[in-house]
Design a binder for this molecule. Structure first.
Ligand SMILES: *Cc1c(COP(=O)(O)O)cnc(C)c1O
Length: 495
């Protein structure tokens, strides 16, 4: 199995190890597999999560041995960071919720970031890469802490996180400013997630910074979903969910399902699309956005337009106008025509406006659907689901619920799976507000207690402990200073 870039399919194919170590491709595109291997959904039925992960990793990383991948998968999912069920499916009314928030940082990013450090260490050994890897992370709130945790014990890796100042929840910021050991820094950027993501991309392309790093024997990689090593572990849980639904009797072998995903950078839903390409019976993919609904319009009309107001919402991890992984999806919809895609995406980068061609649009008819839910609609979903089913949604999953429900037609008899992407306790103020309680003047620990009193949902241990931890000093920088701040942070942590 080799990997090619979305920007120029003529570029020399690289191995999985090289793709994972590099993050983005050198031509500015993203690595994608040359083809999609088949995996029989029935095979997933009697496997543990780690066994299933090993199987799926092996199909893409065929330069790694099964034993190596087995050790990596068990280290990720069976070392106590996750409960034995790893990613359980809870049937809540008509919707099957795939709970992806039982990892160490209580958001779905843990599912991939528990495995990525192991895959990166293996990749370094395969390619003879020595020296330290500096992992750059642009985060809309959850990837930052998940990367810090995932890489905390990875030899030869440092993690530098950029997050939007004032654009993440208090719990999210505190998570990033505590723990993760001495080899990490988290910097607040005066701007939004798109500024952080653009800044990281330009650091990757900054010859002077890259040279400076090289002189000290270091190189960059990415823990964002632009790295194929992030997407690969995310394919696993869609197969796992399908086999749980089979075991629970909510579907029959071979029966199709619809999958709804609260979406930001389009990584999670892209993994569902990849699972479908590998043989998982999926009819529709439903892409749910909050008020930042660029994708809804692009999917419905082909008008991909990011030059518009940016809204801060109660679902901050989805406050994104330019979704990196949409590029990988478009690559498939363009019939893998990298040259045409490059031309169109250059234009889009220039003026944030692209009319996607009719041929490409036709390719997602009947497959990809988009919808959005504003803050009030998501809050109603939280209140309504709590009242009706006694289940507590987080604000991101609530956006997904509201949009998924619009597409749900019981007369079709087709199961609907929704990914539940975060613990509600990461966003206590927003969730309490949705349940009709004011938390004015309440400290975070009081918010957690009040939410527990009202919902009876268990507080995850890592979040319960958070109010007692003392954070590192908060550092705020301008977007244009990200490169300089990075070098300074590296010096502090021992460049
Ligand atoms: C990252 C995140 C999302 C969006 O996922 P993408 O893969 O970026 O589309 C949704 N919800 C939560 C809680 C997240 O942390």
């Amino acid at each position: 199995m080799k990997f090619i870039s979305t920007r120029d399919s003529q570029a020399l194919p690289v191995s999985g190890a090289v793709a994972i170590l590099s993050g983005p491709a050198p031509d500015g595109g993203l690595y994608v597999p040359q083809s999609f291997p088949y995996y029989d959904p029935c095979l997933a039925r009697y496997k543990s999560y780690a066994q299933l992960a090993e199987d799926i990793f092996a199909l893409y990383l065929d330069d790694f041995s099964g034993a190596e991948l087995g050790i990596a998968a068990r280290a990720a999912y069976e070392s106590g960071a996750f409960p034995p069920s790893v990613a359980p499916v809870s049937q809540v009314g008509p919707i099957a919720l795939l709970e992806l928030f039982h990892g160490p940082t209580c958001a779905f990013k843990d599912m991939a970031l528990a495995a990525l450090p192991h895959l990166m260490t293996l990749s370094a050994a395969k390619t003879g890469h020595t020296g330290e890897t500096v992992i750059l992370v642009a985060t809309s709130g959850d990837t930052g802490k998940a990367a810090q945790e995932g890489f905390a014990n990875a030899a030869g890796c440092r993690v530098i996180v950029f997050y939007p100042a004032g654009g993440v929840s208090g719990m999210q910021e505190k998570q990033m400013l505590t723990g993760g050991g001495a080899k990490t820094a988290a910097l607040a950027v005066k701007g939004n997630f798109d500024d952080c993501q653009r800044g990281v991309k330009s650091i990757f392309a900054d010859a002077a910074i890259v040279r400076r790093l090289k002189e000290t024997g270091r190189s960059f990689s990415s823990a964002n979903s632009i790295n194929f090593g992030r997407l690969l572990p995310q394919i696993v849980y869609y197969y796992y969910a399908y086999s749980q639904m089979l075991a629970q009797g909510s579907l029959k072998a071979g029966q199709s399902i619809d999958i709804a995903v609260p979406t930001g950078n389009f990584g999670n839903i892209l993994a569902a699309y990849y699972a479908r390409r590998m043989g998982l019976p999926v009819r529709r993919l439903i892409c749910a956005s909050n008020d930042n609904d660029v994708l809804k319009e692009a999917i419905a009309t082909g008008h991909y337009y990011s030059n518009r107001p940016f809204y801060k919402t109660a679902s901050p991890s989805m406050d994104i106008l330019v979704s990196s992984n949409f590029e990988r999806f478009l690559f498939e919809m363009y019939g893998r025509d990298g040259a045409l895609l490059t031309k169109d995406l250059r234009q889009f980068a220039e003026n944030g406006d692209l009319k996607i061609g009719e041929d490409a649009r036709k390719n997602w008819q009947g497959l990809l659907y988009g919808g959005s839910a504003d803050g009030d609609t998501a809050a109603e979903a939280i209140g309504g689901v709590m009242a009706k089913y006694g289940y507590l949604l987080d604000p991101h999953t609530a956006v997904g619920w509201a949009v998924a429900y619009r597409y749900y037609d019981p007369s079709e008899g087709l199961p609907l799976l929704l990914t539940a992407t975060a613990s509600p306790y990461k966003f206590p103020a927003a969730v309490l507000g949705a349940l009709g309680f004011s938390c004015e003047g309440l400290k975070e620990e009081e918010q957690l207690r009040l939410l527990f009193k009202r919902s009876k949902a268990t507080i995850p241990a890592p979040l319960a402990a958070l109010p007692g931890l003392s954070p590192r000093p908060r550092v705020e920088i301008a977007p244009e200073d990200m490169g300089r701040a990075l070098l300074e942070a590296l010096e502090e942590t021992g460049l």
